[in-house]
Design a binder for this molecule. Structure first.
Ligand SMILES: CC(C)(COP(=O)(O)OP(=O)(O)OC[C@H]1O[C@@H](n2cnc3c(N)ncnc32)[C@H](O)[C@@H]1OP(=O)(O)O)[C@@H](O)C(=O)NCCC(=O)NCCS
Length: 171
């Protein structure tokens, strides 16, 4: 059966930082933001895959600004590309202090998921169809990021990485 390409998948999640989410400096704990990013991106990946997904890799997490208690946090996750059973997502986190309306960028990251079938085995999923220039850029970069991930995880050799080959050629 031919697989239908789903519409470009993204999720926006909004939270407020409560005292229980904070560290001793009254800022949001790093672990909590990683958790929120995992939830938002798993939903985006699951919508694309139309399946249960599990997190397989977390990369390039940046912590650019601390987030204060009481500020509102917006986590936006987008699917950048899917391969066979894996799906890469890009996440951006912004915070806002409501009284002052000051908005500030806090985090970015790439989370990768694997779609599973009812037996818990990796499941083939539909490709992503990028539309905007930004989506196209993320789509193209996703192949290089995937190969770097698989090299670091010891799953492929650097010489097997098609899109990175020129970096490792010695002559
Ligand atoms: C994800 C999991 C099912 C993959 O099983 P596996 O036997 O390695 O399966 P495969 O070798 O067929 O790999 C499946 C996909 O995962 C990708 N993958 C595996 N390890 C990876 C890694 N470290 N980084 C990026 N992708 C990875 C493979 O490239 C493959 O992608 P593709 O199908 O798009 O080509 C298994 O590793 C697992 O269950 N991990 C634990 C997941 C988990 O518990 N997450 C936390 C809770 S949600």
């Amino acid at each position: 059966m031919e697989m239908k390409t789903p519409a470009y998948s993204r999720t926006i999640m909004t939270e407020i930082v409560l005292p229980n989410d904070a560290n001793a400096l009254n800022n949001l704990r790093g672990g909590k933001i990683l958790h929120w990013m995992d939830i938002a991106s798993a939903i985006a990946a699951g919508k694309h895959a139309q399946a249960v997904v599990v997190t397989v890799s977390v990369d390039q997490v940046s912590f650019e600004n601390p987030i204060k208690i009481g500020d509102v946090v917006t986590i936006e996750a987008k699917v950048t590309r899917s391969f066979n059973s894996s799906i890469e997502t890009y996440i951006e986190v912004w915070a806002e202090n409501l009284p002052s309306q000051n908005k500030y960028k806090c985090n970015t990251a790439y989370y990768t998921f694997v779609a599973l079938d009812s037996n818990g085995r990796p499941k083939k999923i539909a490709p992503v169809q990028p539309e905007s220039e930004e989506e196209q850029k993320q789509f193209e970069g996703a192949l290089k990021r995937r190969e770097i991930r698989l090299i670091l995880a010891g799953r492929i050799k650097a010489t097997e990485a098609e899109s990175l080959k020129s970096l490792f050629e010695t002559n």
